[in-house]
Design a protein around this ligand. Sequence first.
Ligand code: PHE
Ligand code: NA
Length: 446
Amino acid sequence: MTETLERWSSRRAFILAVTGAAVGLGNIWRFPYMTGENGGAVFLLLYVAFVVSLGLPVMMAEIMIGRAGRRSPMQSLAYLAHQAEASPHWRWLGVFGGVTVFFILSFYSVVSGWSIEFLIEAVNGDFVGLGPAEIGANFDAFLADPLRMTFNHTLFLLLTMSVVAAGVAGGLEKLNNLMMPLLYVLLVVLVIYAASTDGFGQALTWLLRPDLSALSVGVVLNALGHAFFTLAVGACALMAYGAYMPDHQSLPRAVGAVAVLDVAVALLAGVAIFSVVFSQGMDPGEGPGLMFVTLPIAFAELPWGSLWLGIFFLLLLLATWTSSINLAEPMVATLQGMGLRRSRATALVAVAVWLAGLLSVLSFSTMAEVDWLAGMNFFELVTTVPTDVFLPIGGLLIAIFAAWVMPRSTALRALDAGPNGFRVWQALLRYVSIPLTLIVLLSGLI
Ligand code: PHE
Ligand code: NA
């Protein structure tokens, strides 16, 4: 198969696309509850340290591979491995990435569907005047209703796939251009609001003053998995976007901007959520329900609560939409590379992901007790193993391929950071990112 001719229309369009992929449930849903469960500032510090020491270099490696191959992830890996006279089996890394994004997208779509539900309920004013118990019961009733959940999951997947089907130049790019700036505006509005609540000071302390007694191997591991997840690294998803990267754009500079934005969005969302949590005297260690349960409770008691809540879930929906498009792209690009028409490839992926998503939907009702692995139901399985195990393994292999397997000249050109930039990046990968990921991963599995 030959090189793709598609390109993002500008450098800015590329940065927006990668930011859109990075910023999502990871920042707004997962970051707050993981921080709440893992001791606050300690988790935040570790996650930022991992973003810098291995998230960033591996992200550059992943996009660089896509850019050098200019094909779908699997086909880029096969092509570059051939060029380096390395094993053709490297292409299985692309398949492994496909499996990872498949499972992530299947739950991502279901959870994103929750924000559609909450957006509609907030706009309807359904939360007005409800107390904490009623709001909790309302969420439980929603989770226990597979039909309503399936409806939202279907709607979200249709939103995603309608953009994917249109292809990069048409669909993805227009959407990103519109949504990312809107997202930042909404976030800043929310934080200004949060600054007016009583819990603001406490939220800042919780996020910024580390309590070292909270440190443990588990916290380190969670921070590692989260660094990969939030940057969208390790699943070959960004590799697919790299294939459309314009010539003459320094990769480190572009990716640096994305990482700063990704961390900034997580921090802003964290400040907003924990301000509300603390001003209502709630528990930060609530778990995955943190955002979906506590925010409606808190906002319902505040003036203009439904409006703020609606804004928040609109924001979440926009952020998850651009991420899910990125999750779908490598699967669609691979099928397209195998000769399928794009529309047909998109439909095929949509149906498969939709079906797998049903298992997550049912994990809250009829299949709640079904043990898929080590006592986990399907939703628990797909929200942990692909993120905490598959992404670090994928990231590790991507780093090895970029730093040790690819010919220097090809990598140098695709990184576009000059010979010195290249040397620093390669040394970082070889002597920091790869050993660090290995150590944390191994100590976690043992
Ligand atoms: N980075 C996205 C988020 O934070 C999730 C994601 C993971 C997207 C892996 C693509 C690949 O929500
Ligand atoms: Na993210």
